[in-house]
Write a protein that binds this ligand. Structure first.
Ligand SMILES: C[S@@+](CC[C@H](N)C(=O)[O-])C[C@H]1O[C@@H](n2cnc3c(N)ncnc32)[C@H](O)[C@@H]1O
Length: 232
């Protein structure tokens, strides 16, 4: 029995290392086949593929495997689908991660506010901590209280207006050392589509301002709605 447990653990550890090849190189890279297997067989049965399509779940779980963050800060919680994706990835690949997920207080009026369904996908998960407040402010308050040098991953999926994404991204890169940031709803299509391209525009502007000085790179899942961007 002990041997079987050992063999299973070593298989998981091997799959974690194999899931992120070329760790000594500077660019983001994941093993698409290992992550596809994980997304298709573990994540999809638990969370489906809405609001995060398969390619975006690959980027989310790939970022956890690649960066092994001690902390994930994410907003808004809503039903807790993204928090569950981070939880499942960390647990499957044996990565020690605390997930702080924030949504607006119940008395604030927001079209997407989940009310009493908040966090339904992460009920009882010990490493997922739910908070009420402004996502950025609450995250930065917690960030300032953790030991310096910890790897931190942000997941920005709150109010998808140009103004809020610009404010949130600008403050993260200003306050966090070597930030790793995923942003949702960043798909770009030309004007005729009438899509909200505010988040895409905010990402471009912040990258133009700081990417050289801070040596930041960008990976974009830009093949259709809703779209996701990784900055690292
Ligand atoms: C698209 S939903 C997020 C989906 C969620 N990540 C999930 O997996 O179920 C947007 C959520 O962001 C919340 N929100 C909007 N602005 C926010 C802010 N400034 N801080 C925290 N949450 C915010 C809304 O109340 C809403 O629940």
């Amino acid at each position: 029995m002990k041997n079987l447990a050992k063999r299973l653990l070593s298989r998981v550890q091997q799959s974690h290392l194999a899931s992120v090849p070329n760790l000594d190189c500077d660019r983001f890279e994941i093993n698409n086949w290992i992550l596809s297997d994980f997304v298709a067989h573990r994540l999809v049965p638990l969370v489906g593929f809405h609001p995060y399509p398969l390619n975006e779940m690959m980027l989310m779980s790939g970022a956890v495997c690649r960066f092994k963050p001690s902390y994930v800060f994410e907003w808004g919680t809503n039903l807790g689908v993204s928090a569950r994706i981070f939880h499942e990835t960390a647990s499957f690949f044996k990565i020690d991660t605390q997930i702080h997920s924030i949504d607006l207080p119940d008395d604030i009026d927001h079209a997407e506010h989940p009310k009493n369904l908040r966090g339904k996908f992460v009920k009882g998960k010990a490493n997922v901590h739910l908070h009420l407040g402004d996502g950025l402010q609450t995250s930065l308050d917690i960030y300032k209280s953790i030991p310096e040098g910890e790897t931190v991953l942000f997941f920005v999926d709150g109010d998808h207006s140009y103004e809020s994404v610009k404010r949130e991204l600008s403050e993260i890169v200003k306050n966090v050392k070597s930030p790793k940031i995923l942003l949702h709803d960043t798909f770009y299509q030309t004007e005729k589509s009438k899509y909200n391209i505010g988040p895409h525009q905010a990402v471009n502007e912040v990258m133009d301002e700081v990417s050289k000085d801070l040596n930041l790179n960008l990976v974009s899942e830009n093949i259709g709605l809703p779209g996701m961007t990784l900055i690292y």
